[in-house]
Ligand binder design. Structure first.
Ligand SMILES: [Zn+2]
Length: 395
């Protein structure tokens, strides 16, 4: 199901506008339409103000995304929701300095927007500072459509966006900042744990405040902070466990290898008496030429039947990402989520030693992770990008 109202690409990043965004436009139309300007002019003006507000939110997200790009971290997409935006980075940097730069870039964009618009507003208001402050304080005035009011609205909301995002409520920007600062003096998982605890406390306070004042937006943000913080804590802890193991150790040494000359029939027999789901394929000279994944096998059987040749159905070697035996499993896991491939080939001196699947990593995590940290759930396989997206968003 397509839940996006609009989708476009800007500076190489996909921007997705969630369908519920129409609610915010309707809210803007209602807010200003019910004001002194009347439904038509007020309504159009209301929609315009909301669009400009969300343009500011989008620029904030671009602040994060473009700063991340400077450190070689790509952005899957920027998602726009009525409660704000999320920049889905490929990964969260573990160097505190990088995270601080990426975090600060977002609110900084809003401060810059406010600073750029302020001289314009002053000019329109005949250089009268006090007048602007007074108008901002009196909400009644601001419901009147007009360029000056629009500027004042944008200046104040951009300043608000910068300040609100800097609340230390992980995964809001301020919480990420707190985590990065804590990471200078303690290990990353513990720093995250502490930032998440502070974030949860603030989420509860926000929720209570939201309930008593009827601010639904604040309730939603409180929920987002609570759930988002837990999801990222989970991801960070998983990564810390996986970091202790090398790709070379995770290779299954008695894994079954297939040959290009064989047919799918052979695999259907193999599957009966093994748990192996993905098979490396070699040619008769022993060269690695591809992988027959479970999905390819199922599709191949459905389309061509058991007589089909493995070489016609497999994923080619070129499409399989590579790592070395020394690569730690956390980076292999990241590679899987970045490329969307559930299989990575382990290569040493141009020879592919074998393959690692997301199931192998889950298994290592389950068995070894249990020994290190009792009672944790294994990470779910990176079957689709959305799973990792939710844990790596900059708001
Ligand atoms: Zn942000």
């Amino acid at each position: 199901m397509n839940v996006n109202l609009a989708e476009f690409k800007l500076l190489g990043i996909d921007v997705r506008v969630h369908w519920s965004f129409v609610l915010i436009l309707a809210f803007g139309a209602f807010l200003y339409g019910s004001g002194p300007a009347g439904w038509l002019i007020g309504g159009v003006y209301g929609v315009l103000t909301m669009l400009l507000l969300f343009a500011s939110v989008t620029l904030h997200e671009y602040g994060h995304a473009l700063m991340a790009r400077r450190f070689g971290i790509g952005t899957h997409s920027i998602l726009l929701l009525p409660i704000g935006g999320v920049a889905n980075l490929e990964r969260i940097p573990e160097k505190p300095g990088q995270e601080i730069a990426i975090v600060v870039a977002g609110p900084l964009v809003n401060v810059v927007i406010a600073l750029l618009l302020t001289p314009l507003a002053l000019l329109l208001n005949g250089g009268n500072h006090a007048g602007i402050l007074a108008m901002n304080a009196v909400n009644a005035n601001i419901q009147n459509p007009g360029l000056l009011n629009l500027l004042i609205f944008l200046i104040s909301t951009n300043l608000f966006l910068a300040l609100f995002n800097l609340l230390p409520a992980f995964p809001l920007d301020g919480g990420r900042l707190l985590r990065a600062l804590l990471a200078y003096v303690q290990p990353y998982p513990q720093a995250t744990q502490m930032a998440v605890a502070v974030g949860r406390l603030l989420a509860v306070l926000m929720a209570v405040f939201g309930i008593f004042t009827g601010a639904i937006g604040l309730l939603l943000i409180a929920f987002f902070v609570y759930v988002g913080g837990s999801a990222e804590l989970e991801a960070v802890s998983s990564r810390a466990v996986l970091r202790r193991f090398r790709a070379g150790d995770a290779l299954t040494h008695n894994a079954v290898t297939l040959y290009t000359s064989e047919r799918l029939e052979r695999v259907t027999q193999l599957i009966m008496n093994s748990y192996q789901t993905d098979y490396p394929v070699r040619d008769l000279a022993g060269q690695f030429v591809g992988v027959l994944t479970r999905q390819r096998l199922v599709d191949g059987l459905r389309q061509f039947g058991p007589e089909a040749r493995i070489v016609d159905v497999m994923a080619s070697a070129a499409s399989i990402p590579r790592c070395t035996p020394d690569s730690d499993l956390a980076s292999v896991w990241e590679m899987m989520s970045r490329t969307g491939s559930r299989v990575v080939a382990v290569e040493a001196q141009n020879q592919v030693l074998g393959i690692i699947t997301s199931d192998d990593i889950s298994e290592v995590f389950q068995v070894m992770g249990a020994a290190l940290q009792a009672g944790r759930r294994p990470p779910s396989p990176p079957a689709s990008r959305t799973e990792t997206q939710e844990t790596q968003g900059y708001v």
